[in-house]
Ligand binder design. Structure first.
Ligand code: HEC
Length: 145
């Protein structure tokens, strides 16, 4: 009887631990699960990005983002390259090295605007709020194919 009770208590403890583990990993997963498909930029922001893109990027990356002298910024190859990469990397890449003729000339807000236009061109849906220009917030959103 005693050992049976012990056994039940032990099994209960193991089950409780297992549940606690599952709950905590689910919480972590929920935090990381945000993707570019979740409406992470606004249409108004993408519009601003579109005009910046036309002025500063289209000459090399093409008016329709299909590339030319520079890589395409929309379509299968682009998405394959950026798949499972946080949006922060894209914004960072644009702000630090683009336009290639004047790297570092864009503000972070402008880089976020152009990134939201690039997301739109890759058929990710718009949402209610702007894409943040905060690095930590952008790190929590993954680009996915
Ligand atoms: C003078 C030509 C030129 C202009 C203007 C230019 N780029 Fe680029 N861009 C390049 C070249 C060349 C590469 C490839 C080398 C590299 O990744 O640095 C590139 C790469 C990129 C990449 C990485 C693409 C990939 O999938 O590897 C992004 C994103 C990008 N550019 C965004 C922009 C944006 C946004 C602008 C406008 C603000 C811009 N570029 C303006 C020439 C240009």
């Amino acid at each position: 009887m005693r050992s049976y009770a012990k056994h039940v208590a032990f099994t209960g403890a193991v089950a409780a631990l297992a549940v606690a583990f599952m709950v905590s990993t689910a919480a972590v997963r929920a935090e990381q699960a945000k993707t570019a498909k979740d409406g992470v930029y606004s249409d108004a922001q993408a519009k601003k990005g579109e005009s910046l893109y036309g002025e500063q990027c289209a000459a090399c990356h093409g008016g329709d983002l299909s590339g030319g002298g520079a890589p395409a910024l929309a379509g299968g190859d682009f998405l394959g390259f950026w798949d499972k990469t946080p949006v922060s990397d894209l914004v960072e890449k644009i702000q630090s090295s683009m336009p290639a003729s004047a790297p570092g000339s864009l503000t972070r807000a402008q880089a976020a605007e152009i990134s939201s236009f690039i997301l739109k061109a890759n058929k990710f849906p718009a949402g209610a709020a702007d894409l943040s220009s905060d690095a930590a917030a952008l790190k929590a959103i993954n680009i996915v194919k």
